[in-house]
Design a protein around this ligand. Sequence first.
Ligand code: LIP
Length: 255
Amino acid sequence: MKDFLSKLTKEAGDRLLEAYNEQNPGLVRMRTSSKGAAIAQDKISDEFIVGEIKKAYPDYSILSEEGGLKEGKPDYKLIVDSLDGTSNFANHNPLWSVCIALMKGDAVVMGAVYAPVLGEFYFAEKGKGVFLNGNPIRVSEIAELDKSYLVHCEGGEKDRQRQLRIIDALYPRVTDERKIGSAGIETAWVAAGRADAYFTTRIEPWDVAPGVLLVQEAGGQVSDFKGNTWQAKTNDLVFSNGKVHEAVLERIRNL
Ligand code: LIP
């Protein structure tokens, strides 16, 4: 399964990269249909990934952003985001990824995130650590909120005023904050120590399932805004190095 997931995530990403490299950035920005073209690529990618899974593991359940839930063997489920960061892709912003996770019951046991333009492949296996291009990674050591560097995204939240309230609660108190636009990359960057925490709202499970394991295996912490453990449902979430987790929650718990 480990080899299968690694190969599949990379192949799906490399296929998308071919389409991405054919884009003319200037034209992409001018065309109103650019998002539509990215969504079409997302669907092609989803069909490829789901097709490969069905061939190799026909009895596993599959939950994918594009295809919904296909019930199979109750214990094992593959969660697929065939193109995470669709808007970035559509605007020729290189920060997009392919995300695939394997769940056993309620736990993520394998997670893969591939950011093809960056040439970065992240892989975690429960109890066996997390690796970036084969090298072990760990969360940062920053323990004070005022020294921390945060990333965030809006997930499925449509209420921009709520977004602003959450950002307002944190941005004045940290070193800096960035909105990246691919939850796969944002969670991977917490795992790699490039950011000390990541917060997101109404995010779907396919956007974050591999990232949950990446961050946990890197020594970090994942919870909802109230401090409850992650569940595979739409949710508000914080991923952190563990050391600034409580300080982040304290400021956004009730927003
Ligand atoms: C995206 C996320 C991103 C979020 C977007 C969107 P998609 O996933 O990963 O971080 O801010 O709203 O949900 O839809 O491109 O796979």
